[in-house]
Every structure is written in C-alpha cells, then in structure tokens.
Ligand binder design. Structure first.
Ligand SMILES: *[C@@H]1O[C@H](CO)[C@@H](O)[C@H](O)[C@H]1NC(C)=O
Ligand SMILES: *[C@@H]1O[C@H](CO)[C@@H](O)[C@H](O)[C@H]1NC(C)=O
Ligand SMILES: *[C@@H]1O[C@H](CO)[C@@H](O)[C@H](O)[C@H]1NC(C)=O
Ligand SMILES: *[C@@H]1O[C@H](CO)[C@@H](O)[C@H](O)[C@H]1NC(C)=O
Ligand SMILES: *[C@@H]1O[C@H](CO)[C@@H](O)[C@H](O)[C@H]1NC(C)=O
Ligand SMILES: *[C@@H]1O[C@H](CO)[C@@H](O)[C@H](O)[C@H]1NC(C)=O
Ligand SMILES: *[C@@H]1O[C@H](CO)[C@@H](O)[C@H](O)[C@H]1NC(C)=O
Ligand SMILES: [Ca+2]
Length: 534
C-alpha cells in the first residue's frame, strides 16, 4: 500500500479546465496531514444511479435519484482522543474546483445526503458529517455528554472539513479554488460558528433560518409553551391545536391586503397589527373562538420575552408563523428547547421544563453548552480575508422567530459601528427575509431560493439571479456585485413538474418586495426598496 500523495504542483481548477480524477478506490490509501482520521471507503457512483442513506435522521434518508458520476468517500476523524466524527465527501467526476461543507438540522447526527446531492449536482466536492453522534433531529439526549456537545457545537464540522479538503485535492490532483458552506436551521448556526471560530475554513457561507443564539432561542421554545402546560385542556389559557388554522386565517384576513395584494402572503409581518380580539368568543359562541385568557396567551407569543429589567431574552414569533405552531405549543413537551435545556444545561432527564426562567437562561449562557452559541459579532478575521456571508430567514418561521435573524444582524452592525467600521458590514454580510416561507422551506411565499434544506427543489433557472448559493459564489469570486435581491420561486403545489406559480424578489433586510402595479404573478410587478436596507 502506498500512501496517496498530493502532487507537488497542484493545478488550479477553473470551470474551463476541469481536473482529472484518480481512481476512487485508491483514496483509501490517503494519509491525512491536518487531522487524525481514516478513509474507509471510496465507492464509485455511476451516472444515473440512485442512492439511499441509512442514518438515524429519516429526512436524510430520502432516496437520491439519477446521480451524477462521482466518487463517494467515507471517512472518520478523531475529534478528541476518545471520540470520532463520521463523514462523507462526494466528489463529482468533473469537478469545478469548488469545495462545500453542508450542515445538519435540529439535533440530527447523520450524514445529510439530500444536501450533499443538492451541492454535488452543482459541481461542488461536498462533505457532510454526523457531527460526532448518531440521532434523529428531535433527539438531543446525547447532549449530556459534553464531548458530544462540543463536536456538535462546532468541532466536528471543522475537523471533517479539513480532512475533506485533503481528500478533494488528492482525488482530483487539483487545488481547491474556493471553499463554501451551506446549511439551514442548526446548519445555519454551524455556518455562523465556523465563521466566528475558524475564519479560514470557508470563503463563502450561506446561512439559512439559523439559530445563532442557541441558549436563548431554545429557552424561548420552552417559555412560549408555558401557558400550554401540559397540554392541559382545563387550563383556561390553553389553545388547542385545532385553533391555529383559525388564528392563522384571522391574521391573514387582517394583514394580507396591507401590502396592496390579497394573495395569501403577508409580505411584511412587521407591519401587521393583528387584533386577536376578532377571534374572541362572543356570548353565544364557543366554537372556533378564543376566550380572553387564551387571547392573552396568544398575544404573549408575539411579544419579545424580556427579563424583569427589560433585557431581551428572545424575540417573539412573527405574524404569519401561526399555522405550524403546534410543534411547540401542543406537545406534552415542546420540541427542541426543553431537550437542549434538560440535557445540555441542567443535565437532568426529568427536568420540569415549566420551571424555565431568566435565571435558567443565565445559567445556560454561563455554560454555553458545546460552545454552540454563534453570537460573537467580531467577524473581523473572516471579513478581513475577504470572506462573505449570505443569510436568509423565512418571515413565517414557527420554530425560530424571524426576528432572531434581525437581532443578530443588529448585533453585528453594532459591533462594527462601535469600532468605526459599521459601513463595511454590507461589503461582507447580507441578510434577506423571505415573506411567506416557514422554517427553511415551504409556505405560500416564493420560498425556493436554492439554499440547503430545501429538499433538492431548485429554481427553474439555476443562476445567481434566482439562487442564494450562486449569488454568494459570484460575489465571493468577484463575478458579480454583492446581491441586492434574489428572485424567489413558488412552484404550483410546490411541485417542480407542475410549473412556476409565480416569482417574486426576496429583498435585503428589512426591506420586502413592494407591489408596483401590473400582473401580480409577474416578478416585474414587484421591486425591492433601496432605502432603509443596511
Ligand atoms: C432510481 O429510482 C427511480 C425512481 O424510483 C426509478 O424509476 C429508477 O428505475 C431507479 N434507477 C435505478 C438505476 O435503480
Ligand atoms: C465529464 O466530462 C467528460 C469529458 O468532457 C464527459 O464525457 C462526461 O460526460 C462528463 N461527466 C459529467 C458527469 O458531466
Ligand atoms: C451530566 O452528568 C453526567 C454524570 O454525572 C456527567 O458525566 C456529564 O458530564 C454531565 N453533563 C453535563 C452536560 O453537565
Ligand atoms: C390544569 O389546569 C388547571 C387550571 O389551571 C389546574 O387546576 C390543573 O391542576 C391542571 N392540571 C394539570 C394536570 O396540570
Ligand atoms: C356578552 O354579554 C354581556 C352582557 O349581555 C355584554 O356586556 C358583553 O359585551 C358581551 N360580550 C361579547 C364578547 O359579546
Ligand atoms: C349569537 O350569534 C349570532 C351570530 O353569531 C347572532 O346573530 C346572534 O344575535 C347572537 N345572539 C345573542 C343572543 O347574542
Ligand atoms: C399574469 O402573468 C402570468 C405569467 O407570469 C400569466 O400566466 C397570466 O396569464 C397573467 N395574467 C394576466 C391577467 O395577464
Ligand atoms: Ca398580500
């Protein structure tokens, strides 16, 4: 066995001169120089074949159909002397020279095949890691192990990225031209954490529906369900699951036309002044209505959660996120938040989540389990070497309030302003909000934007104008200016084969597309404001 060596002079790949691959199976001879690890499988993927994963997270196991010719390399990396992360890097036969790492979701520990294939089809050499544990996205019980928490927080992605870059270059005998990251939800958090902790890992980072303030948003996911405890139907403030559709409809009827178009999409939820009293039960009606204690409970979820001295713990939900709110509001234990607190913070599987308080959040901040918070606004090391971030968030997100993205962006701008560099932020960081998009994907809006976690649904024209990832790539590579807007697509029934229902621009925060007359479904009838964005 001869270790596979990198040629002394690597060719620099461009999309014009493509690199020539070495045999996939030879990759198992690789000796890593940047990490302790081992490549266990190099398997050729023939063009037109299918692949189905077997991870602990069911959504990662959706069948991947009609693959491009590529090489699938399976490897492990030691994250400490007694822990490892599993990972795979898929290398397209005709590589463009671009490398990408993709992220995970929730607490999932598994290789994210759908996002690997999304990126592979675009010509990236692409890696995903299980982040050092195997679990479904809802299972965070392993967080009680601090080593596993740190691997998930940031360490596994960094180390497997180093290894994957070595594999990509050894396989292609070419140098990586640019390195990218894309992820949604926890994946968004992972990307921001990489920017903050490992500023040389990536040149461009696409951050979707992120949870940068892990300790705080997990607390909010717990707090918001308090009046619902424990799905207690004799509690006068309890809102039954069946009511969310009614509430969503009432919000829509009050706020849909405020943007000039009654189309089922609330373009600017920040301007929606919903009066929940319209769903208040009248004296002779008890069906499909809320009593006053329930209305108070409803109002609470829109409000920011503050400490007694008025310090923000977490923003509340945006109007238009109600329809899918049962995931937090109608479970015996709400998803995600109480798991994070129970296992990573208080380390007690029997923790009573209804005891959450600002003091619990302060404890979590002190521990910062796994170093998961990605809330360090000092991004100078990344920005100063030319790195770029594109962040986006659905404006109807029921799981991670959209205003979390705004609060984080304000923090970033605030930091750079304090050091006299506030004006530089748009030169390396841009935030977009997507009206009518839920968490990462789905909803009545034009939510197909070519990001991670969109189930492989891509715009009909996969170019920088219609794509978050391509607009980031062109910005990083100096082929286009920083994006001002990206055209979102809504497919009929969210099915690509049924054609495009409409396209609508997704604008830079805090702007949203404004109707300027003409055919509502035509993209040209909408434009992004240029004043007020920052
Ligand atoms: C791949 O899956 C598709 C859809 O299930 C099927 O039609 C096709 O025959 C499969 N191809 C191979 C090579 O198995
Ligand atoms: C890669 O390039 C070769 C030579 O141009 C071509 O024959 C082959 O079809 C390409 N493969 C893919 C997956 O595009
Ligand atoms: C939880 O408790 C176990 C058993 O004492 C300990 O090994 C582990 O480190 C603790 N985890 C956290 C997150 O405190
Ligand atoms: C349900 O709520 C009512 C009223 O708030 C309270 O008296 C009762 O103890 C609760 N039941 C449970 C099982 O929590
Ligand atoms: C219910 O009836 C009382 C007495 O008739 C009246 O004062 C009150 O306004 C009514 N409330 C609603 C919501 O209609
Ligand atoms: C009861 O409600 C109906 C319609 O919701 C209304 O027409 C009627 O006047 C109400 N009756 C009383 C007694 O309030
Ligand atoms: C509006 O534009 C769409 C295509 O974007 C077209 O299918 C539709 O017929 C147009 N409607 C009208 C009333 O012109
Ligand atoms: Ca509307």
């Amino acid at each position: 066995m001869h270790p596979l060596r990198l040629p002394s002079v690597l060719l620099l790949c461009t999309s014009i001169s493509l690199c020539t691959a070495s045999p996939c199976q030879d990759l198992t001879n690789i000796r890593f120089t940047s990490v302790v690890g081992r490549l266990t499988l190099g398997a050729t993927i023939l063009a037109g074949t299918n692949f189905t994963g077997h991870t602990a997270e069911p959504s990662f196991n959706s069948p991947q159909i009609n693959l491009p010719a590529s090489c699938r390399a399976v490897f492990t990396v030691a994250t400490t002397s007694d822990s490892t992360a599993n990972a795979e890097v898929w290398l397209p036969e005709n590589w463009t020279g671009r490398y990408m790492s993709v992220g995970n979701g929730g607490f999932a520990g598994g290789v994210n095949y759908p996002d690997i294939v999304w990126s592979l089809r675009k010509g990236f050499a692409v890696m995903s890691t299980d982040t050092g544990h195997q679990s479904s996205q809802g299972d965070g019980t392993w967080l009680s192990n601090p080593t596993a928490a740190t691997d998930w927080g940031h360490r596994a992605l960094h180390l497997t990225t180093l290894a994957a870059k070595e594999i990509a270059e050894a396989f292609s005998r070419c140098e990586i031209s640019k390195s990218y990251y894309a992820g949604c939800s926890t994946g968004g958090r992972q990307g921001l954490n990489a920017v903050q902790r490992y500023p040389t890992d990536f040149d461009g980072v696409l951050v979707g529906s992120a949870i940068p303030w892990q300790t705080h948003t997990a607390a909010w996911q717990t707090y918001v369900a308090l009046q619902q405890y424990p799905s207690n139907k004799s509690n006068p403030s309890y809102i039954p699951a069946s009511m969310w559709a009614t509430i969503a409809a009432a919000v829509l009827s009050q706020c849909d036309s405020a943007d000039g178009v009654e189309d089922g999409i609330i373009m600017n939820p920040a301007r929606c002044t919903f009066q929940p009293e319209v769903v208040l039960c009248s004296n002779n009606s008890t069906m499909n209505c809320l009593h006053s204690a329930q209305v108070e409970n409803l109002k609470r979820m829109y409000r920011p959660w503050l400490t007694s001295s008025g310090v923000l713990i977490n923003p509340g939900i945006s109007h238009s996120g109600e329809a899918s709110f049962s995931i937090l509001m109608n479970q015996r234990t709400p998803q995600f938040g109480p798991i994070f607190y129970g296992y990573a913070v208080v380390n007690n599987s029997n923790w009573d989540w209804s005891s959450i308080s600002p003091a619990t959040v302060a404890l979590a901040d002190e521990i910062n389990p796994g170093g998961a918070n990605a809330y360090n606004a000092d991004m100078r090391p990344f920005a100063d070497r030319g790195g770029k971030v594109v962040q986006y968030h659905g404006y109807s997100d029921p799981l991670i309030p959209t205003y979390n993205a705004a609060a984080w962006y304000d923090r970033l701008v605030g930091f750079f302003s304090d050091i006299g560099r506030g004006g530089e932020v748009p030169a390396f960081y841009r935030l977009f909000t997507i009206p009518g998009m839920g968490h990462c994907a789905g909803g009545p809006g034009a939510w197909v934007v070519d990001g991670a976690g969109q189930g492989g649904i891509v715009p009909k024209t996969d170019d920088a104008r219609h794509s978050m990832i391509w607009s980031l790539v062109e910005w990083v590579e100096g082929k286009a200016a920083a994006p001002e807007s990206v055209m979102g697509t809504k497919f009929v029934g969210d099915t690509v084969g049924d054609g495009v229902a409409f396209e609508r621009p997704v604008c830079r925060w805090p702007g949203v597309a404004e109707y300027c007359g003409g055919n509502v479904t035509s993209a040209g009838s909408w434009s992004c404001p240029t004043v007020g964005v920052y």
